[in-house]
Design a protein around this ligand. Structure first.
Ligand code: URA
Length: 433
């Protein structure tokens, strides 16, 4: 087989066989196929698309390029959740103990990552003492005992995806549905869950800005998951403004705890209940979505979800007192108000700009080696649809530097106002089975 023939075949719009896809991915991972040929194939896929069968074969080839996690020693149906990423997305921190409290085993492997704030692991590390450095045996034992454990990414998972994703980044081929869907699904499948719930974000702060595109991506990932024998579903949720009120690691942990106490922001609660119901249902811990939702509401109101969170934190060497005393989380030195310069109704908050402002405060990594300041971030005091008077605080900066006028300006620039009534944005656009 020759790579040039595969490139030509895809360029001309034909379907690649399983053997051809494997040849390309194996060769590229080993280094026998050079970057320039893989770039050409990625560009051909970008223009000619892939069939569902090709997408599943590409996913499988990437899964098999590296280690695969075996979770079979964990009892029950393991359900994983994945979000395509957004600003203020602390869902996992609230959702994992929430569904675990209903009996769903959550064996979560998570990353740090670049971006506006840290990833789930960085956020959890805002809890004093919390450690994700646990070995596989401990990880399995903790999930069997507490129904919940989170471990940092270990092993050599999907090296083909790592290499291909970096190549796509510099060859203008990231934005291709078959390539994105297979990239995300390969990582989920290699992590070993039996079932997968996907939260595909849509809107100005999301990777996918248009609803139609987001739906197409969600449908493609669900089709890949199902054709490879994993129960998979997706929701499409809004990212036209940040989720909840907080953006920043410790601030987001605090908000997740509040949600589990039944006090958090409505959008975070609704998203957790929607995703959680699907997880509980896929894990066969309820006979219907409605029953699953009732069970989740019950563990919030009777305090069981908070208890699971405390046990989870203590089992991974963290200080569980943060659950009842969030003031024990890292706290920034200064709280600086960003004041409205006009009267009106908030019509838009560009999530990306708020995320970048949080990163400039130090909440996220600009490069792989940057240090995160876990205490800093932004609290939004006004969201879309809220009325504002001149001089009202629209946001509070939690900073360790007093001179952050440039960040105040970024936050102000993210907000738009109108003198008309503005409806609250839809949170869940669609559910895809
Ligand atoms: N996230 C991924 O993991 N892969 C992509 O291709 C795009 C977003």
């Amino acid at each position: 087989m020759r790579m040039v023939d595969l490139i030509e075949k895809k360029r001309d719009g034909h379907e690649l066989t399983k053997e051809e896809i494997r040849f390309a991915i194996e060769g590229y991972t080993k280094g026998t196929i050079p970057d320039y040929q893989m770039s050409a194939l990625a560009m051909a896929i970008f223009f000619q698309d892939m069939t569902t069968v090709e997408r599943a074969e590409l996913t499988t080839a990437m899964v098999e390029s590296g280690d695969q996690i075996d979770l079979s020693a964990i009892e029950g149906i393991k359900v994983d959740k994945h979000s395509t990423g957004g600003v203020g997305d602390k869902t996992t921190i609230a959702l994992a103990p929430l569904v675990a409290a209903v009996g769903v085993p959550v064996a979560k492997m998570s990353g740090r990552g670049l971006g506006h704030t840290g990833g789930t692991i960085d956020k959890l590390e805002a809890i004093p003492g919390f450690s994700v450095e646990i070995d596989t045996e401990q990880f399995v034992n903790l999930v069997n005992k507490n129904k919940l454990a989170v471990v940092g990414q270990t092993g050599n998972l999907t090296p083909a995806d790592k290499k291909l994703y970096s190549l796509r980044d510099v060859t203008a081929t990231v934005n291709s549905i078959p390539l994105i869907a297979s990239s995300i699904m390969s990582k989920k499948l290699a992590s070993g869950a039996d079932a997968i719930v996907l939260d595909v974000k849509t809107g100005r702060g999301a990777f996918m800005k248009e609803l139609e595109q987001s739906k197409e991506l969600a449908e493609s990932m669900v089709a890949i998951g199902k054709s490879l024998g994993r129960d998979t579903m997706a929701i499409i949720s809004d990212m036209n403004q940040p989720l909840g009120f907080t953006v920043g690691n410790a601030l987001e942990v605090k908000e997740a705890i509040e949600m589990l106490r039944g006090e958090g922001p409505d959008d975070l609660r609704e998203l957790c209940l929607t995703l959680g119901s699907q997880m509980v249902y896929l894990a066969k811990q309820a006979n219907s979505i409605e029953e699953a939702r009732r069970k989740l509401e019950e563990v919030i109101s009777n305090g069981k979800a908070l208890e699971v969170l405390k046990v989870f934190i203590a089992s991974q060497n963290g200080d569980p007192s943060v659950v009842d005393h969030p003031e024990n989380l890292p706290k920034a030195k200064y709280e600086l108000e960003v004041k409205a310069e006009q009267t009106g109704v908030v019509s838009a908050i560009i999530a990306d700009k708020i995320g970048t402002a949080a990163m400039v405060l130090g909440a996220g990594r600009a490069t792989k080696d940057s240090e995160i300041d876990l205490a800093v971030g932004i609290v939004l005091n006004k969201k879309i649809g809220d009325s504002v008077q001149v001089g009202d605080s629209i946001a509070t900066l939690h900073a360790n530097d007093e001179h952050v006028e440039h960040v105040s300006k970024m936050v102000k620039d993210a907000y738009s106002f109108t003198d008309q009534h503005v409806a609250k944005p839809t949170l869940i656009y669609d559910v895809i089975h």
